[in-house]
Design a protein. Structure first.
Lengths: 416, 241
């Protein structure tokens, strides 16, 4: 009986293609919007999470911050406000065994490197071995920066494969041994390329054109220290919690230690630290909130579509009053009639939902491609949408179907 | 005397009960119909003919009175039971055919069996057999739009027979047809009655058509005012005209 009803309903829907399609349109748009949003936001989440995750959940970042934003205590930073090597030494001793090292970096600045008509944007950063290890670089050609380079302050550099493509338009090996000259603050710096690493999209570059994305040039930390003013002062650093240490509580302890030991008497500045683990949690919560907001908009579109289905069902039932009367005369029970029309509404919603899923996935994947993420279908989302559209059919089909079921057969048969 | 298939006793029907406009349409009708009979109920409009037919066809309930169909007391049946009894015991033929639009003749004939939960293969076999009986097998895949009035009525007659009902209730079956096709439909009823022993109740306003049946029951103002023996009974020649 159920299969018969579905078959019967499909032939009916096929016989009235344009009306069926228009009825479905609301559902198609609603579901497509939901699926597209889910696909894009899942891709964004995944990308942001994996790039933040690759930095390591056991990483703790420590910054300098103003004690208050009150004008009375606010002032320019002095040299004595910065973190320095002495603090790092004491910190290392204090937390020995619980942290695996202190990662330091110095940024030289940003620059545009040109080679004839070719150009590439770069950021030049010096990283100490601990920080470099934290970058998890994949060396595609040549070698990485070594302890020896550090000690000797060798003017060597690692560039990204993207840089090689843009400047040399050749394979990675061709860049080895070549020089890279950058201009920062009216000073030229020259380094020799010793290695090429694989560029990984951080997921934070959405909206930038691929052409203009800036990639990092890594140089030894000791070189960077010499090339900037106050090379031994830092406004930030990071540490890695050793295995078995909870980064969140360690982060608190480090902040307390630094503030009580070194910033007790500082009138304006203190340290602030957070662990990547907490950061991930917050980020996750934020992305989910954003996704839910978008989903709510999609749900409204779907609701409008559902009301459209109900509207058409009511019209259809009025049109088919005679048919309903006939069916009742031939022995259909009220329930038979009700089920027939509920199935019809559900089929419209389900077919509309399926088309919507296909449309939404196409748009979603296209959009993620354009934004530079890896887009993939969210199976959970699809299942939810199919169930949702069936539930909609049931919900918006019930009232008209019930109206049909309760028709008086004599009046229905006489209906003109 | 053959077995009584339908027994109605003191059937009354009122409308707008309990209001100022209360109106009694049927004033206590007694009627027996026997197995294999071809009976006609005649009356002008306003005679209570349609109301009585709705009660006979279980589409409506009498205000009072007893109604027994094929041994089942239907006066006290619930809506759902009425649907099932209608489905099994009564075959409707309407003036306006009432075939389901955009659905093939075959599917139309299968419909009452669908509600009787008859398995698919049996449905198909029985529908084809009956379409053959009414001479519509060649056109069984056509939809009602593609059939003439007479052809539609023949499909409707096949549909009325599929669940082996106790009786066929034909409400002005030739009302929308020209005289030639009307003749074909009436001949079909005669053949089904004679050769297949089917019980037929013909509701009409035409005395001429009523005369063709075995028994003519005349309704006026909600009462049976006469019962005559029709010319038909043994007069086979009539069909040749």
């Amino acid at each position: 009986m159920l299969i018969e009803n579905i078959k019967l309903c499909l032939t009916g829907l096929m016989a009235n293609k344009i009306r069926t399609f228009l009825t479905m349109l609301g559902i198609i748009i609603g579901i497509a919007a939901m699926i597209a949003i889910m696909t894009v936001s899942d891709a964004m989440n995944k990308s942001v999470m994996s790039s933040m995750g690759s930095m390591g959940a056991d990483k703790i970042e420590v910054f300098l911050t103003q004690k208050s934003y009150d004008d009375s205590t606010s002032r320019e930073m002095k040299n004595s406000d910065y973190f320095n090597d002495r603090m790092f030494e004491e910190l290392s001793n204090k937390f020995e065994g619980r942290i695996t090292g202190i990662a330091l970096s110095k940024s030289i600045g940003s620059s545009r490197v040109e080679n004839g008509k070719l150009y590439a944007n770069v950021d030049i950063r010096g990283l100490n071995p601990m920080a470099l290890a934290g970058e998890n670089l994949t060396i595609l050609s040549g070698r990485s920066i070594t302890e020896k380079d550090e000690e000797a302050s060798a003017k060597v550099a690692l560039v990204s494969d993207k840089y090689v493509q843009k400047i040399f338009q050749d394979d990675n090996a061709s860049a080895l041994g070549k020089e890279i000259e950058v201009l920062v603050d009216n000073k030229y710096y020259t380094y020799t390329i010793v290695g090429v690493y694989q560029y990984v999209d951080s997921g934070m570059t959405a909206g930038f054109s691929q052409e203009d994305i800036s990639t990092i040039v890594y140089i030894p930390f000791s070189v960077a220290q010499m090339q900037v003013e106050n090379g031994d002062l830092y406004d930030e650093f990071s540490v890695k919690a050793s295995n078995g240490t909870d980064p969140a509580s360690l982060s608190m302890e480090i902040q307390d230690y630094i503030n009580t030991t070194f910033y007790q008497d500082n009138d304006a500045y203190e340290s602030y630290s957070y662990s990547m683990k907490e950061q991930l949690k917050q980020m996750n919560a934020m992305l989910n909130t954003q996704k839910n907001a978008f989903m709510a908009i999609g749900a409204i579109a779907l609701l409008v579509g559902g009301i459209g289905v109900m509207n058409i069902m009511i019209v259809s039932i009025t049109e088919r009053t005679r048919e309903i009367g006939t069916r009742k005369a031939l022995g259909a029970t009220n329930n038979d009639i009700r089920i027939q029309f509920i199935i019809e509404a559900m089929m419209i919603c389900l077919l509309g939902g399926m088309i919507g899923i296909i449309v939404g996935l196409s748009f979603g994947i296209l959009a993620t491609k354009v934004m530079g993420f890896q887009g993939s279908a969210s199976v959970g989302g699809i299942v939810v949408c199919v169930l949702f559209s069936m539930a909609f059919g049931l919900f918006f089909g019930y009232y008209p179907a019930n109206k049909a079921a309760k028709m008086n057969p004599i009046e229905a048969l006489r209906y003109e | 005397m053959a077995e009584t298939i339908m027994r109605a006793r003191n059937i009354r029907k009122s409308f707008n009960i309990g209001t100022e406009n209360e109106l009694e349409i049927l004033h206590g009708i007694d009627l027996d119909i026997h197995k294999g009979e071809f009976v006609s109920i005649v009356g002008t409009s306003g005679s209570g003919k349609s109301t009585f037919m709705n009660i006979l066809g279980l589409l409506d309930r009498p205000t009072s009175g007893d109604y027994e169909l094929n041994g089942i007391d239907v006066s006290s049946a619930a809506d759902n039971e009425l649907s099932h009894i209608r489905n099994k015991e009564i075959g409707f033929v309407f003036q306006t055919y009432n075939l389901i639009p955009r659905t093939s003749a075959l599917k139309n004939v299968e419909l009452p069996m669908l509600y009787a939960r008859v398995p698919e293969r049996e449905r198909r076999e029985r529908a084809e057999m009956l379409l053959e009986l009414v001479g519509m097998k060649e056109r069984m895949h056509h939809t009602p739009d593609e059939l003439s009035g007479g052809q539609k009525q023949r499909v409707a007659i096949a549909r009325s027979l599929v669940n082996h009902p106790s009786m066929i209730l034909a409400d002005e079956p030739t009302g929308a047809l020209d005289s030639n096709t009307g003749r074909i439909v009436m001949d079909l009823f005669h053949r089904l009655h004679e050769e297949n022993g089917i019980t037929i109740v013909l509701i009409t306003h035409s005395n001429e058509l009523a005369e063709e049946t075995e028994r003519v029951i005349t309704l006026r103002d909600g009462n049976i005012i006469g019962e005559t023996v029709g010319k038909f009974s043994k007069n086979h020649d009539l069909r040749k005209h």
